[in-house]
Design a protein around this ligand. Structure first.
Ligand SMILES: Nc1ncnc2c1ncn2[C@@H]1O[C@H](COP(=O)(O)OP(=O)(O)OP(=O)(O)O)[C@@H](O)[C@H]1O
Ligand SMILES: [Mg+2]
Length: 243
């Protein structure tokens, strides 16, 4: 469980997160939805430590993320996997080297152990045998899968994905959604996904958090979304389908 309490963040005096309190459920897909510019990416960056909130608290299974010292912070960092907007693979490294990267950084595994782990992760995303390919040689959907394989290379507890479907066609988007759901359930990770893809929401969303102008405007289960009675959420959903 990740608990956020009253998270605030301003840039140049303009507050973009206005006191967000919510939680990310373990073993579930937690979907953060909202219009472009509402603050989803900033919220995610605060959660993983890429940005420091101006105030508020973030607890990772009871551990005070913003108050921790270097060593304990490193411990949580190794439990976090991230899939960035775009695939953000290293272009001059092979698929294998890309997936190995966190293993080299955080573990003392031998090359043989790393190879085993890389192959295991490639199996998880149904991409066996592409170890020696370079990112330029594979499709956008395959890059996303390699990004997921890299994100789960460490034995992670928390998986963050910022717009995992951006730039993908609808069929490939569904494949990525399925993979994220499978991984969440199989490894019981706390998965957080930023998206404005309503198909993703209704296909794989366990918990939905709707961000509106830097505030948590609504949260609940996907089954409750349509009957939320929340005008802004309703407008957001309608715009997603017809806009
Ligand atoms: N480093 C930064 N410096 C200044 N302003 C920023 C910075 N990062 C984000 N912002 C601003 O914060 C607001 C929220 O941005 P954010 O990227 O979180 O939106 P988003 O909900 O992720 O949008 P999208 O759906 O387009 O990805 C925007 O107005 C953005 O311009
Ligand atoms: Mg964003």
């Amino acid at each position: 469980m990740i608990d956020l309490k009253d998270i605030r963040k301003a840039f140049d005096g303009r507050e973009v997160l206005k006191g967000i309190t919510t939680s990310m459920e373990p073993g579930k897909t937690n979907l953060i939805i909202g219009a472009s510019g509402s603050g989803k990416s900033v919220m995610m960056k605060c959660m993983v430590g890429l940005l420091r909130p101006d105030s508020g608290s973030i607890h990772y299974d009871g551990r005070d993320f913003l108050g921790l010292q270097h060593k304990e912070l490193r411990e949580i960092r190794r439990e976090i996997g991230m899939l960035f907007q775009g695939s953000a693979l290293f272009d001059s490294s092979t698929v294998q080297e890309n997936i190995e990267f966190p293993l080299k950084m955080f573990t003392k595994m031998t090359p043989a152990e790393r190879l085993d782990r890389v192959n295991f992760c490639l199996e998880q995303v149904h991409m066996e045998g592409i170890n020696s390919k370079f990112p330029a040689e594979i499709s956008g959907g395959m890059k996303k899968r390699v990004g997921i394989a890299r994100a789960i290379a460490m034995d992670i507890k928390y998986l963050f994905c910022d717009e995992p479907n951006s730039g993908l066609d609808p069929v490939t988007s569904r494949v990525i959604d399925e993979l994220l759901m499978e991984i969440t359930q199989e490894f019981q990770v706390t998965t957080i996904i930023n998206t404005h893809d309503m198909k993703t929401v209704f296909d794989i969303g366990d918990k939905i958090v709707f961000i509106y102008e830097g505030q948590k405007w609504w949260e609940g289960k996907k089954e409750e979304v349509r009957q939320s009675g929340n005008p802004e959420l309703q407008a957001f959903i309608n715009a997603s389908y017809f806009g």
